[in-house]
Design a protein around this ligand. Structure first.
Ligand SMILES: *[C@@H]1O[C@H](CO)[C@@H](O)[C@H](O)[C@H]1NC(C)=O
Ligand SMILES: *[C@@H]1O[C@H](CO)[C@@H](O)[C@H](O)[C@H]1NC(C)=O
Length: 295
């Protein structure tokens, strides 16, 4: 468990200002519509701050094979390549600035879940606090002039190799039949998403001049882990590509990706999970395209 705090510390909100050209170059076609993107979130959203912030600098994301697919070297992103936000940068919404709130809350829920041995009551009680914190950030942002916002929902937490490996379950409906993910954590993610969507509806009513979009991460990831081959992925969607330990999840902190004991799979584009916590570039691209269709 030693590397845990370093891996997940980027819970702190990160502010990233990037130019549109960065994205246009990244995907090789089209033109970015934004002068700037302000992006907040955890390590699923961070395009490199954790590599330079003192608390997290020198962590696994700064070691190979992170970044092997894009840009060919470690760049602080927690993936083999680009993140959702890298693909979402080109968007059909017209505005000069975009505020993107990446998934927020996974770290809070998963820490409590893992240290609470998977009991769900305390974890559920966090939902209103986390959604309230997101509401407060959005309200402040609107107050200082933000008009176009994209707010990402929770990922299907129960499909994370980390949680599957650390909290193996018993019988009954512990595992979802279609996806083999942990039912209670996916239900928690859905609870979070319902509360988040209700909060966003209220914000839209309170601030009619704003465009507030909900970005669904839950459905595309659930679809891809349930029917990986249909979407061009390989047959073990719940196994980390990079790491070690074998088995259906290939996740063990002793072999965490980026440490000397870790190995990466031959073709990350066939995997959904890059390191057991974060997604591969292929999964990020798939989700971003689904997200854009849904906006
Ligand atoms: C979790 O389980 C371990 C081993 O059974 C036990 O020692 C620990 O007290 C439990 N923790 C909580 C928060 O229930
Ligand atoms: C992780 O790997 C270490 C080293 O091989 C082993 O001792 C430990 O039991 C493994 N942990 C789990 C949860 O499998």
């Amino acid at each position: 468990m030693a590397p845990l705090p370093r891996l997940l510390l980027p819970v702190a909100l990160l502010l990233i200002a990037v130019t549109g050209e960065a994205y246009a170059g990244g995907t090789g076609h089209g033109h970015a519509r934004y002068d700037r993107v302000f992006s907040f979130g955890d390590s699923l959203t961070d395009t490199g701050n954790s590599a330079i912030l003192p608390v997290t600098a020198g962590g696994p994301f700064t070691n190979p094979p992170y970044g092997q697919t894009h840009f060919g070297r470690p760049n602080g992103r927690a993936s083999d390549g680009r993140l959702f936000i890298d693909f979402v940068g080109q968007r059909k919404i017209m505005a000069s600035s975009l505020l993107y709130l990446g998934e927020i809350g996974f770290n809070d829920y998963s820490f409590v879940a893992v240290f609470g041995n998977g009991t769900i009551g305390l974890v559920q009680s966090l939902v209103p606090h986390i959604v309230g914190a997101i509401c407060s950030v959005l309200t402040d942002a609107i107050g200082v002039g933000a008009r176009t916002m994209v707010v990402a929902g929770m990922i299907p937490m129960g499909c994370e190799p980390e949680l599957l490996a650390l909290l193996p379950g018993g019988g009954g409906d512990y595992y979802d039949r279609a996806s083999s993910c942990i039912t209670r954590f996916n239900q928690l993610a859905q609870l979070h998403n319902r509360a988040l969507k209700r909060m966003l509806c209220q914000l839209r009513r309170d601030h009619p001049g704003t465009a507030i979009h909900y970005a669904d991460l839950y459905r595309p990831i659930t679809a891809v882990v349930s029917w990986p081959r249909k979407y061009g992925f390989g047959g073990m969607p719940l196994a980390a590509c990079c790491g070690g330990g074998g088995g259906p999840y290939n996740f063990n902190f002793t072999f965490f990706c980026g440490t000397p004991a870790a190995t990466a799979c031959a073709d990350p584009s066939m995997s959904v999970s890059w390191d057991g916590i974060h997604y591969t570039e292929a999964a990020n691209r798939f989700v971003a395209h689904a997200m854009l269709r849904g906006l």
